[in-house]
Design a binder for this molecule. Structure first.
Ligand code: PMP
Length: 427
């Protein structure tokens, strides 16, 4: 009978008692970290609630702070046109798209946003997803499969890694922003792959340096791979009109096969996009699981992203102001002897401080001094390379930047004598 057969064939693991979540090593790791910061009397800098829209300034615990921890690169998050566009969309269409766009979630602002993005990149077409993270996961896993090869910069964002993993493609990494190493990987990789995709970021999210696109495009001409560029931290930042990495280098945008970006940063919304050829976008619209089987972008978020792109087009001086601020921050930090790593002085400037607890303590010290900048610690970056990451905006004033760099240098000096090693912690 059916029942007996099912029982006989059931794998042993199904009947075995599963571990309690409390007993998992992952949970013990979380507890160890909490205990370590308690014993060192270090407050947790993460998940602090902001009591206002966070831009160049913010409010936490009733205190107004200079803020370097939000992606509001060009100050659009509180721009009246962006807010008005969102309000009008909510009034006309409600909060939610209420279904996948395929079935009943399509709204006029979806096509409009995608047309604007395609025009922005000078390509045929674009597709918008509900998150930037999902965009990488859905697009990469849709285009690549087990017969394929993905070669990526070693510092690529976690969302791209997740997409590659899901695709089942063979994965190889090359040394950060090192075209010679990419060449080496491509030359030595064994196997007859159906498709080869190379993934880089326009401006790297943790280090703030710019992809060496001209050198990578030379390799593309030689090897013929597809090139995908994640513009999360480059859109609205690089190039005279803020159009991103291709404008920065004076490259024809069509030379890049897959433009990817998020709507959560410069465009002060939420969501992500791919822009490219009509066929590429048609494939993703029909077959990317994260598009087909997920709700459409909320109408207000699509509308606010459109409004942001409008302001960007009309007011390129905002992008110029951000670049001026980034260059000033970088110059002052270097003059103060701070380690800014690889940063090119655009949207992201890290200050490397070494171990994770030192980074957390420095962040807390800055908070006490009225500056909000968050630590990036292991596993987001390798152990020993913990840093404070400063997101620069066009709205920061010169005085705020000068004060921030001076206070950071001073507080970091105060910390160098303290021992933050975990060896003495009793856990
Ligand atoms: N790509 C990069 C390079 C990112 O830095 C991020 C987010 N920090 C994402 C993708 C994901 O975008 P989102 O936060 O909009 O989901």
């Amino acid at each position: 009978n059916r029942m007996a057969r099912t029982e006989r064939e059931a794998p042993v693991t199904v009947r075995r008692k599963q571990p309690r979540f409390e007993d998992m090593p992952e949970y013990k790791q979380v507890l160890t970290q909490q205990l370590a910061s308690q014993q060192l009397h270090i407050d947790n800098p993460f998940y602090r609630a902001h009591e206002t829209a966070a831009g160049a300034t913010t409010v936490i615990d009733g205190r107004k702070l200079v803020n370097f921890a939000s992606y509001d690169y060009l100050g659009f998050n509180k721009h009246p046109n962006v807010l008005a566009a969102a309000r009008t969309a909510i009034e006309g269409f409600g909060i939610s798209a209420s279904a996948s766009r395929l079935v009943a979630g399509e709204r006029p602002m979806h096509a409009e946003l995608e047309e604007r993005l395609a025009t922005f990149y000078g390509v045929d077409s674009a597709i918008a997803f509900v998150s930037g993270y999902l965009t990488n996961v859905a697009a990469i896993s849709c285009l690549m499969g087990p017969q394929d090869l993905v070669v990526h910069d070693e510092f690529i964002h976690n969302s791209a890694l997740a997409g590659i993993k899901l695709s089942g493609a063979t994965r190889r990494l090359f040394k950060h922003n090192d075209a010679a190493d990419l060449d080496h990987v491509l030359r030595t990789v064994a196997g007859d792959y159906r498709r080869i995709l190379v993934i880089v970021e326009g401006v790297y999210s943790m280090d703030g340096d710019v992809a060496n696109l001209p050198a990578i495009l030379k390799l593309k001409a030689e090897y013929g791979f597809w090139l995908m560029v994640d513009e999360a931290h480059a859109l609205g930042i690089l190039g005279a009109k803020g159009r991103g990495t291709f404008e920065h280098f004076g490259i024809d945008s069509k030379e890049i096969d897959i433009w990817m970006g998020t709507l959560s940063k410069t465009t002060s919304s939420c969501g992500g996009y791919i822009a490219g050829s009509a066929a590429l976008i048609a494939i993703l619209k029909a077959q990317a699981g994260g598009f087909v089987y997920s709700v459409g972008l909320a109408p207000a978020l699509a509308a606010s992203a459109i409004a942001s792109l409008d302001i960007l087009r009309k007011e390129p001086e905002r992008a110029a102001a951000l670049r001026r601020n980034g260059a000033l921050f970088l110059k002052l930090a270097q003059e103060a002897g701070l380690d800014t790593g690889l940063s090119g002085g655009f949207s992201v400037v890290p200050i490397l401080v070494g171990d994770s607890l030192r980074a957390v303590q420095l962040s807390n010290d800055l908070l006490a001094a009225g500056i909000n900048a968050l630590p990036i610690i292991h596993p987001a970056v390798p152990e020993g390379q913990a840093r404070l990451r400063f997101f620069i905006t066009s709205d920061h004033t010169e005085a705020q930047i000068r004060e921030t760099v001076a206070v950071t240098a001073e507080r970091l000096k105060g910390l160098t004598e303290r021992n933050f090693g975990l060896a003495s912690i009793d856990v």
